[in-house]
Write a protein that binds this ligand. Sequence first.
Ligand code: AMP
Length: 650
Amino acid sequence: MLLLAPPGAGKGTQGERLAAWLGVRHIAAGDLLRAEAQAGTARGREIAACQARGDLVPDQIVFGLLIPVVVEAAARGGYILDGFPRTLAQATAAAELGTRLDVTLQVVVSLSAPEAVLTKRLLARAGQEGRADDTADVIRHRLQVFTETTGPLIAYYQDRGILVTVDADQPPDAVTAEIQDRLSGLSLAPQGGLVRLGRTGSRPVSLPLRNLAGVCENPQVDMDRPAVAELMSEVAAAVTRRVDVVREDVYETIVREIPQLRDDKPVLALLASSVDSNVDTCLQIMQHRIDLSAVPAPAAAVEYARRLAQRGTPLTALLRAYRVGHACFTDWVLKELAQHPADAETVSAATLSMSRVVAGYIDHISEQMVEAYGQEREIWLRNRSAARAARIRNLLSGERIDVSAAEVTLGYRLRQYHVGVVCWAGDAAGTTEEITRLERATSHVAGEAGCHGDPLFLPRDESSAWAWLPLGGRDEFDAAAADKAEMDDDIHFAFGDVAKGTKGFRVTHQQAIAAQAVALAAGSPAPRAVTFSQVAPVAMMLTSRELLRPWVLSTLAGLATDDEHHARLRETLLVFLHSGGSYKTTAERLMLHKNTVQYRVRKAQESIGRPLGDNRGDIELALRATHWLGSSVLGPATASDAESPRARSG
Ligand code: AMP
């Protein structure tokens, strides 16, 4: 959409409102020119002089500033152009640009008001905004320029049947309402890169660079004309003469815009080299028309991508650097283009040709960057896991180590309370997903236990892993909460006790390993979670496994028979001993009748073949061993041991 209006008709206000309504960018030629004038460059001074006189600014300057903004806005969903075109030559260039960007001009809104009204408004605005061109003489001249040079455009667009004239001599809200009303009455075809009427919100749609490069390629327009190629080459040569400033500006802009890239000195130096070589290469491609496909990515750029991968800087930051650098570099090239006098058609073709080269270059190089980054990340992750595993081995072997360095490698604070964990999958399918499942389950347990930060996780093999849960300054851990956490049934945990610092790191881990040994020795199904404190004596007994079973058999005698009847007697006797020999408490804990407890305790003693007496401690330990280790420490069931019907019902 174009907004055509004499000075003072309110096209700035209406343009902004319409852009917000349609969710597209509002591009005001006058504003862009004024911003450049304020920058105080040579070109800026020329613009300021034209504007102060009320004359039009030369076309190549206008194109140089406007075209990059239009190209970008087209890629983001469309635009409203205000104050451009102002001449028939500009109208032709605007149409051509639209065609190349796949944006069709659908409607031209012309705001009209009597000259006296416009003059009065502009003089009033002079008091508020202090614009240099709002003096009586200049206003008169600007209105005259409008009538003479821009006026013919009204007929031009009317002939094409796309002109909508709105009376601007009414309050701004009424003008807005009338424009919206008139536009809503039109049936405008929505299409790629076009303004869509009635669209709400203004989410920019970002177009991949490749598409942008494609958009600029239009077979109908001969961008390869010798004059265009020559102009591009001249511009590239001119930018090359001031390449130091350009490189620095691109570098500074990237560092300013992307905080993630503000790294230490060596990495920043690499970024600077990467920018330098990209700027140089791109200029050479433009100057000498080198075939892009044959251009390899500069070594510094590849190295920089690798370094970011090693540091874990996201790839999106690197790609953003290319986008930001692209915009900044394009700006320099187009600013330079504006200094080279040429006819509008050549300027416009050269602009698009250069945009195509730069976008194509960025697209081509970023693909190589993505590849370099991905490869490096993979290698680095592999090495990092190896480095972490080595550190953990050092810690566990009790070697003297540099604690701070180890903390950095592990990404885990050693100087805190932790709980060692061993986790494993019961039905070991042995896939990489198994490890992911274990890692997720460990994180879940850490979450349930209110841990500070992520657990340290080290895969051991395809279906088991070691981990440490960080407790910070807290010296308690509720394994029961972890046990209750909703998780896959076939995942098992063994926990050490809470322990502090580097030494504690080792001890709690050893405890977890010992607890796991108990869980595994128990045979299947292994308990879901076991803590070292529950099984400590049994775990230690397991270290003399060959002595353990004979000892249990001699201590418990017939009570160590591996059948259900004796299992019941053993459990009852264990609880009875834990309860300090109270039948009542045992009955409550097991939810049995007191008589049943008395019967079972008597039967258990009979099986042992002697009174509990002084041997109580040993019997309790042996019972704990049978509780956790089951069949592996029991004697075979014999015919004479088989339970009687009465015992079964008891
Ligand atoms: P505006 O803000 O639209 O009133 O424009 C202010 C001044 O900027 C004009 O008087 C011209 O000097 C300059 N200008 C704005 N748009 C154009 C254009 N399309 N072509 C040339 N000069 C322009």
